[in-house]
Design a binder for this molecule. Structure first.
Ligand code: SAM
Ligand code: SF4
Ligand code: SF4
Length: 371
């Protein structure tokens, strides 16, 4: 192994120069990071645009009419995404999640799904290919996504009460259309469908119980997500986080629950099932119970930067390698180098600072890096 590197490109935006090791470290094969965490999941943001302005993600004050979104030429093309995906898969990635921004806004997204669904894991299995959406275009797109090879979807839904929902998305979008989208996705077989609710104290925590009641005894898996300090624009305050333990307490008082074993090591959600046997819920507790120790996720931003943590300040410019004459082996080795050096554990550090009242550092926005 050598420590010599060939410098390649300077970044146009903030980010790190991505270097190709002079002698590739691991052109393919599974990769462990500096804390022994394998590379297993890849989240790909396909657009930084969104038709919602969720107050915890893209608040209107920061993402107003004059906000400069990325120009089209900066976005990774479907061919570039697929090429990168196959390199990541050769490094052990088994699960790919398409996200954004709102991924269903990306033109011809079905074409990308078809290209990705043709890829196989190292040991020849189908990829676990999924997509996270706000559901606004799901009724229209569910059938074509399914036909293109998408396996399942996760739908974000922050309440059932129409007034609360419209206030959360802040563009006056009616909840009925998202619920219809979920039904259509279910009918075409895009399941099992997970429903994600970010709980923000004082904003939508009144919806915890109605959501639990609504999805009890359905095939849908409701997951409550602690409000996180992602990005630098949502003005995050720790006193607006409703801990998962409180969510459980509120539901358990009416519909008794019992804890389940994880489906697999590293599962982000803690699972509980209803004692009456009618379904389960998940809790994603990145603030009160950080799960960095099991984090096997890499993220690719809309413009092709590789992030090794949701809370990273800097990415590594893979697009520059793609758009120069570097071989797959070069890119593969550069990715390996980044992953092998990875030591991120932001949420654990935040938890250790139990007195923290605000975010720890300036970070990249979630709509750009992908949730
Ligand atoms: N637009 C799509 C959607 O909303 O499902 C995909 C992108 S969105 C960034 C992905 C996920 O991140 C959503 O489930 C959203 O609720 C979640 N999210 C965004 N900001 C968050 C925050 N501050 N804390 C916790 N979850 C957040
Ligand atoms: Fe858009 Fe999703 Fe962010 Fe809401 S959470 S603003 S729907 S990207
Ligand atoms: Fe993974 Fe970073 Fe989240 Fe920890 S804080 S779980 S390392 S993305």
């Amino acid at each position: 192994m050598t420590n010599q590197f060939i410098p390649l490109v300077d970044l146009r935006h903030a980010g790190n120069m991505l270097r190709v090791p002079a002698q590739p470290i691991a052109p393919s094969g599974s990769l462990a990071d500096a804390r022994g965490r394998m590379l297993r999941d890849l989240r790909i943001s396909v657009t930084d645009r969104c038709n919602f302005r969720c107050t915890y993600c893209m608040p209107k004050e920061m993402f107003g009419k004059d906000h400069a979104f990325l120009p089209h030429g900066d976005l990774l093309s479907f061919e570039e995404i697929t090429r990168l995906a196959s390199i990541f898969i050769a490094h052990g990635v088994e699960k790919i999640r398409i996200t954004g921004g709102e991924p269903l806004l990306r033109k011809n997204i079905e074409k990308l799904i078809a290209m990705l669904s043709a890829l196989k894991t190292i040991d020849g299995r189908d990829l676990d290919l999924t997509l996270t959406t706000n559901g606004s275009l799901l009724a229209k797109k569910a059938r074509s996504l399914k036909d293109a090879g998408l396996k399942r979807v996760t739908v974000s839904l922050d309440g059932l009460d129409d007034t609360v929902f419209r206030r959360m998305n802040d563009v006056d979008f009616p909840v009925a259309e998202v619920l219809h989208g979920i039904d259509v996705a279910h009918q075409v077989g895009l399941g099992p469908i997970k429903i994600n609710m970010v709980v923000k104290g004082g904003a939508n925590d009144s919806e915890i119980l109605p959501m639990a009641r609504h999805f009890h005894d359905t095939p849908f898996i409701l997951r409550f997500i602690e409000y996180m300090d992602v990005g630098s624009s949502n003005d995050w305050r720790v006193d607006e986080v409703i801990p998962s333990a409180e969510v459980i307490r509120r539901i358990h008082a009416y519909m008794p629950l019992t804890k389940l074993q994880p489906n697999y090591a590293g599962e982000t959600a803690n699972r509980y099932r209803y004692l009456d046997g009618k379904g389960e819920i998940g809790l994603i507790s990145s603030v009160t119970h950080a799960f960095c120790g099991d984090c096997t996720r890499a993220r690719l931003s809309t413009d092709g930067k590789l992030y090794t943590c949701l809370f990273a300040g800097d990415g590594h410019d893979v697009r520059a390698l793609l758009r120069s004459d570097h071989s797959n082996a070069d890119i593969s080795a550069a990715i390996a180098h980044v992953w092998q050096k990875r030591s991120d554990r932001y949420s654990e550090l935040r938890s250790e600072q139990t007195t923290a009242t605000q975010s720890l550092q300036t970070k990249i926005e979630m709509s750009y890096i992908g949730g």
